[in-house]
Design a protein around this ligand. Structure first.
Ligand SMILES: [Zn+2]
Length: 95
């Protein structure tokens, strides 16, 4: 069996397979973005898609620390919405 790459969720600190996590990236321009490809340039952090960790995306202090940037609340709300709809799409697609 092929070994999956593991990543640590910056919120709960649990190691999971990469595909169970979503990546948030700080672009070279200093913006914070959801990175659905996992390949965007910049400093990234991973969070798992559990409800609690997802909600923590709106916690500016934690994201700021993880990405070493001053995160702004509006920006994080937008990222949270993007990830939420991405995650929901994934589960609804099986219908
Ligand atoms: Zn987590």
């Amino acid at each position: 069996m092929k070994k999956q790459p593991m990543r640590t969720c910056v919120m709960c600190r649990q190691k999971r397979e990469k595909r169970e996590l979503v990546r948030i990236v700080r672009t070279p321009e200093g913006e914070i973005k959801f990175d659905p490809t996992g390949k965007a340039n910049g400093r990234g952090c991973y969070i798992c898609t559990g409800e609690e960790c997802l909600a923590s995306v709106k916690n500016a202090a934690r994201i700021s620390r993880a990405l070493d940037v001053q995160a702004d609340r509006e920006e994080l709300n937008r990222v949270f919405e993007e990830i939420t709809s991405y995650v929901n799409q994934g589960t609804k697609g099986e219908k």
